[in-house]
Each structure stands twice: as C-alpha cells, then as structure tokens.
Design a protein around this ligand. Sequence first.
Ligand code: NI
Length: 139
Amino acid sequence: MLTLTRRERFNAAHKLYREDWTDEKNKEVFGKCANKNWHGHNYELFVTVKGDIKPDTGFIIDLKWLSAMLQEKIIEPLDHRNLNLDVPFLKGKMCSTEVLTVEIWNIIAEDIEGQGAELHSLKLMETENNFVEYYGPNA
Ligand code: NI
C-alpha cells in the first residue's frame, strides 16, 4: 500500500461569527476572525490517496483525473469566493478550517473510491502556522 498526495491552492474570504451571539461574545470567542468586514486566507489543500499500484498503469490513481475532479468539485466553488456567502455546501455552517475539511471529505471520498483507491487524509492549511488534518469519519 502506498499513498499519493495532490496539493491544490485556493484563496477565499470568510469570517467566524454567530448571528445568535452578541458582537462582544463573537469578539471574545473568535477574536480577529470575527471581523465583520471579512478577511482572507491563501489556503493549501493536501489530498492524500492510498491504494495499491495498478499493474496496467503503475499508478495508485490517475493524477489527471484527481486534479480535474478537485478543480471541478472543490477549487472552482471555493476559489476567490466568500465562504460564508458563496459556497452552497457551507450554507448555514461555521466556516472554520475544521468544518471546511470535513465538507471536502464528504464531497470527494466516494469519487476516489470509484477510481479503485481510497481517500486516506486531508490536510487543509489556513496559514503556514495553522492547519487541520482529517482521516475520515471512522478514524
Ligand atoms: Ni480566518
């Protein structure tokens, strides 16, 4: 068994803010991330797939397919968007790095299985110092 990782990048705006809390409570819990007029990040997403080498191609998964699928399902909907306002799969959710990572997993895991491989992990970097890793709902 081997793993293979594809990196994708996107830029997006968001804020961490609950309408059902006061400004003071939002500021206390989320700090600068609660800034009403948004702020942005240069996100980096690492998608790690695991599987065996296919004898006919020598690949775990076709990277061209992986890259095109990620572009269509993840990068296009997220890149240069406002995560709170523009992204259907984040509607009504907190736009934290944790929530975003789980949502990305839910969108792509089955597609990868359909290619005869398995989604092993996601790593989503919000800044170079802050990132989330996810190994799926059963890990
Ligand atoms: Ni932020």
